[in-house]
Design a protein. Structure first.
Length: 218
């Protein structure tokens, strides 16, 4: 399975009558999922997945989540380098429960800000004294520090080889103060803006290959 699929919606159809695969796949795409699964109406879902450029994968045993715990579970699965299959009960005529609709809103709001970092991240050798760290599997000079409220005053990161070029809070693009000494990166979180999200992500940009390109004059 493509490791960039952090979230897979596992549609559990109680009936195949009047089920609109197009609506369900579009909903998955809109909230930041890159794949769906179901064990029924394969042809309908294949057509919808092709239309919305989203993957249809084999159904697996998923987990039942709520608006309260869904982001915690998504993040905790990614911490281990895993995808998460989220069960979505679908009644006839595409009826989704109020709790499911609320859960989708929670996922959408968080993924709209942090989805890119979540989908393309993987475990790495760096460690942190607060939260945990993943790296971008396609551009390993980008590290992501996942931190949860209540935020510490500072976060100390080990494993960054040289002083980073840039550090920013992904949500609001603000750049916290930081220092780098003896292989330890210390990020000051004392003055960062307040956030409505329990989980936030700090992007650490290390030295990039393009930084070695010398200026060219014509």
């Amino acid at each position: 399975m493509n490791p960039d699929f952090a979230i897979i919606l596992n549609f559990k159809l109680k009936s195949i009558k009047d089920v609109d695969a197009d609506f369900l796949v579009k909903t998955a795409r809109n909230i930041g999922a890159r794949a769906v699964a179901t064990d029924q109406l394969q042809a309908d879902f294949e057509k919808a997945c092709a239309k919305y450029t989203i993957a249809l994968v084999d159904a697996q045993t998923g987990v039942d989540l709520t608006p309260v715990n869904v982001i915690d579970e998504i993040v905790n699965h990614r911490k281990e380098g895993n995808s998460i299959f989220i069960n979505v009960e679908v009644d006839s005529a595409n009826s989704l429960s109020e709790s499911t609709t609320e859960m989708f809103t929670t996922i959408n709001n968080w993924m709209h800000i942090f989805g890119h970092a979540l989908n393309e991240s993987e475990p790495c050798a760096c460690t942190s004294d607060n939260g945990f760290i993943l790296q971008n599997r396609h551009m390993q000079y980008q590290k992501y520090v996942f931190v949860k409220k209540p935020l510490a005053q500072e976060v100390v990161v080990d494993g960054i080889a040289v002083e980073p070029n840039r550090i920013e809070m992904i949500e609001k693009r603000t750049e916290p103060k930081f220092s780098y000494e003896d292989g330890k990166l210390t990020i000051d979180l004392a003055d960062i803006p307040e956030s409505d999200f329990d989980w936030q992500i700090i992007r650490v940009q290390e030295h990039r290959p393009e930084d070695d390109i010398k200026e060219t004059k014509f």
